[in-house]
Design a protein around this ligand. Structure first.
Ligand SMILES: Cc1cc2nc3c(=O)[nH]c(=O)nc-3n(C[C@H](O)[C@H](O)[C@H](O)COP(=O)(O)O)c2cc1C
Length: 423
């Protein structure tokens, strides 16, 4: 275990999930690490200094202006005495203060004064997590090099369902191990971590944020039926994983797929095109946006709230309405447009001609065109052959595994981000 023999400064914020931090202290100790804790004023409403101190076997620090604490261990020394600083639960409030650089209590002062890496495990109500202010703060923190583990999706203490549950103590301890491991953090994370993780690492895309959409969308007809398509998400997920391996902070917005979330990537799960657009807008800003999802062009007008009955005299007639055009919406943003906007075009005929037309209509920088006609095996398969269509050129890649296509495309996008359209 990489945490063995190392010291972790654990900041426990004021959220219901603080009880899980007690288990986290035990998990770090089990792995051979030492834990020293700062309990915020709000954190002490949820767990007692006695429990925290008993489990950590150390003094619990809470007060910036405590004469005794400051004499024994000054706040600057406290922030630097550890090998890693972990905030769990990281409340919305704590994240906002960190993003602003505030230092108005012991926890925030230590976070600002530390010269060590910081890992946060956010925990909050799903609406708080999805709020644009929290998304902005998260993006700022990632840009500042803060690593993030979780949150997980699930039922919350408040009864709502969604993203916001703090990652499980074992997953946080895995992320701690990964960050304290020698070499790039992402490699140490491996593929078997269950939580969504964004571990900042080194690489040509370090400091860049990348947004990827993947998979199909699913447009309900009634509570049990839907319209969708055969997209598997394999190409989009491979792109997200590849960008993360090159050090980018990656958000993947995925429709329903049967794939695991890529390691080191924050994955947002959606179903409909409208949800996908909302998630994409929430995930911005990004330096690079890749729209690989097969978004349904239409949805059913007036989705039935009850299951349509077969017994009706005639089969129902579905009338369709146009879905939002996610690629064009983002490519034509006046403010906050990603530096490089890439769209995918799945066609069954006239592939390059249609791709050139799509490039003009959508206002994006590149179209990656692929032939998904029957017999190609591309839709749902493991291989792809693509044409990279820009306003003045077409470069074709041969048939390759989707992972290799992803690696080559991400390298090309990286060059374009750094050198501009000439790359
Ligand atoms: C019962 C209760 C539960 C709370 N749970 C959370 C939570 O899970 N996440 C969060 O961000 N804030 C939560 N809050 C609000 C925070 O406690 C509040 O924003 C506080 O100022 C956070 O302070 P801190 O960041 O210094 O720990 C909760 C408040 C109450 C009363």
């Amino acid at each position: 275990m990489s945490v063995a023999g190392k010291r972790v400064l654990l900041i426990i914020g004021g959220g219901i999930a603080a009880y899980k931090s007690l288990e986290l202290i035990r998990e770090i100790s089990r792995r051979g690490g030492a834990v020293r804790c700062i309990l915020t004023k709000a954190g002490a409403e949820f767990v007692t200094p006695l429990s925290v101190g008993s489990l950590s076997g150390d003094t619990v620090y809470s007060d910036l202006f405590s004469l005794t604490d400051e004499a024994a261990m000054g706040h600057i020394e406290l922030s630097r005495s550890a090998d890693l600083v972990v905030a769990a639960p990281a409340t919305a409030d704590l994240m906002a203060k960190m993003a602003q650089g505030l230092a108005n209590d012991l926890a925030t002062t230590a976070l600002l004064a530390t010269d060590k890496r910081i890992l946060i495990a956010p925990a909050m109500n799903v609406r708080m997590w999805e709020h644009p202010a929290t998304r902005r703060n998260l993006a700022t923190l990632r840009t500042d090099g803060v690593s993030v583990v979780g949150p997980d999706e699930g039922e919350m203490a408040c009864g709502e369902y969604g993203f916001g549950r703090m990652a499980e103590p074992k997953s946080i301890a895995d992320a701690i191990d990964a960050l304290l491991a020698p070499g790039p953090a992402l490699l140490a994370l491996g593929n078997n971590t269950s939580t969504r993780q964004g571990i900042a690492s080194m690489g040509p895309l370090a400091g860049k944020s990348v947004l990827v959409t993947s998979g199909p969308t699913l447009e309900p007809i009634d509570p049990v039926r839907f319209l969708s398509n055969r997209s598997s998400g394999k190409q989009g997920h491979a792109l997200a994983a590849s960008a993360a391996q090159l050090g980018a902070t990656v958000t993947l917005v995925s429709g329903p797929v049967a794939l695991p979330d890529p390691p080191g990537v924050t994955t947002i799960h959606v179903e409909t095109a409208q949800e996908m657009l909302a998630a994409v807008e929430t995930a911005l800003p990004a330096d690079l946006a890749i729209f690989c999802a097969a978004v349904a062009d239409w949805r059913v007008a007036g989705e039935s709230s009850q299951k349509l009955k077969k017994s009706a005299a005639a089969p129902p007639t579905l009338s369709l309405v146009q879905n939002p055009d996610i690629l064009a919406t983002i490519a034509r943003l006046k403010a906050g447009r990603p530096q490089l906007v890439v769209g995918f075009a799945a066609e069954t005929e006239n592939v390059i001609e249609y791709a050139r037309d799509k490039l003009r209509r959508k206002g994006c920088d590149l179209i990656i065109a692929n032939d998904v006609g029957s017999g190609t095996g591309v839709m749902g398969g493991d291989e792809n052959a693509v044409h990279i269509v820009s306003p003045d050129s077409v470069v074709s890649l041969p048939r390759l595994p989707k992972t290799e296509i992803a690696n080559r495309l991400i390298r090309l996008f990286t060059d374009r981000l750094v050198k501009g359209p000439s790359a």
